[in-house]
Design a protein around this ligand. Structure first.
Ligand code: NAP
Length: 276
């Protein structure tokens, strides 16, 4: 078994994830895994980094597919005995003018952004080694969407005692409410992406709390962040940041030094803790 430190970035064949891998290849003292659901897109991305003189390794990972997640889990367990850095970056967003029915957008978006990210965490968090760092890429849209929730929902999403199961039930309820056409009446904002990212931010707060309760002595730091508005296929060419600039906050959180005792369980943008 290798004792080399290992970092994994989900959805990293392009966009912000690719830029995170690029930065980690330069700064992380160990093996960096670029992962992609499509192996050929992943291998192409690895080759692109190689042309820049950077060495990333590749592993297939589709966060919608539990078998794929478990194959990565078993690989990491066997080869490295765990992992040191996990960046949950993979995500999707329908374009503003997409005509797919809202209920379908809600189901598809929540499936990847919330439930996929949650499944990765369920399988990989137990493998994270002491002093490990976990970064969940959320969005400032999670904050604005929270502001668009009913007072009752806001209270639940800001609660310091909400459980992961309760959060998952709420995310499922959002999808069900969109199918019945009652989501606004039930206090939800009109954004599937926003609700999915509320899920990612709240999930991070819960997971950090669980680490405090169950693995306090392990000094693991887990946070959610917004990369900013970044020029990628998701956000388009008019966004203000380059992918490398978008990678800065996630990479800062992934590389928090071993003597840092925070941030932990926070939501950050531009390397600054934001009020939730
Ligand atoms: P992007 O260019 O569209 O890249 C998204 C990446 O996620 C791609 O590599 C994509 O793979 C991958 N992905 C999607 N579904 C996946 C799945 N089921 N399993 C594994 N990988 C999957 O988007 P981006 O702008 O870089 O976004 C990266 C993250 O930042 C997302 O979580 C996004 O919500 C967040 N974010 C972005 C912005 C922004 O302005 N761009 C702002 C706030 C937050 P394929 O190539 O196979 O599709």
């Amino acid at each position: 078994m290798s004792s080399v430190p290992v970092a994994v970035v989900t959805g990293s064949n392009k966009g912000i994830g690719f830029a995170i891998v690029r930065a980690l290849c330069k700064q992380f003292p160990g093996d960096v895994y670029l992962t992609a659901r499509d192996p050929s897109r992943g291998q192409e991305a690895v080759a692109k980094l190689q042309e820049e003189g950077l060495r990333a390794l590749f592993h297939q990972l589709d966060i919608d597919d539990l078998q794929s997640i478990r194959a990565l889990r078993d690989f990491l367990k066997e080869k490295y005995g765990g992992l040191n850095v996990l960046v949950n970056n993979a995500g999707i967003a329908f374009k503003v003018h997409d005509t797919t029915p809202f209920a379908v957008q809600a189901e598809v978006t929540l499936k990847t952004n919330f439930f996929g990210t949650r499944n990765i965490c369920t399988e990989l968090l137990p493998l994270v080694k002491p002093y490990g760092r976990v970064v969940n890429v959320s969005s400032m849209v999670s904050s604005s969407a929270l502001g668009g929730c009913s007072r009752e929902l806001q209270q639940k999403f800001r609660s310091d005692t909400i459980t992961e199961d309760e959060l998952a039930e709420l995310m499922t309820k959002f999808v069900e409410d969109t199918k019945k056409g009652v989501h606004e009446k039930e206090g939800w904002p009109n954004t599937a992406y926003g609700v999915s990212k509320i899920g990612v931010t709240v999930l991070s707060r819960i997971q950090a709390r669980m680490l405090n309760e169950k693995r306090k002595g392990d000094h693991i730091l887990l946070n959610a962040c917004c990369p900013g508005w970044v020029r990628t296929d998701m956000a388009g060419p008019n966004a203000t940041k380059s992918p490398d600039e978008g990678a800065e906050t996630p990479v800062y959180l992934a590389l928090l030094p071993s003597d840092a005792d925070g941030p932990h369980g926070q939501f950050l943008s531009n390397k600054t803790v934001r009020t939730w």
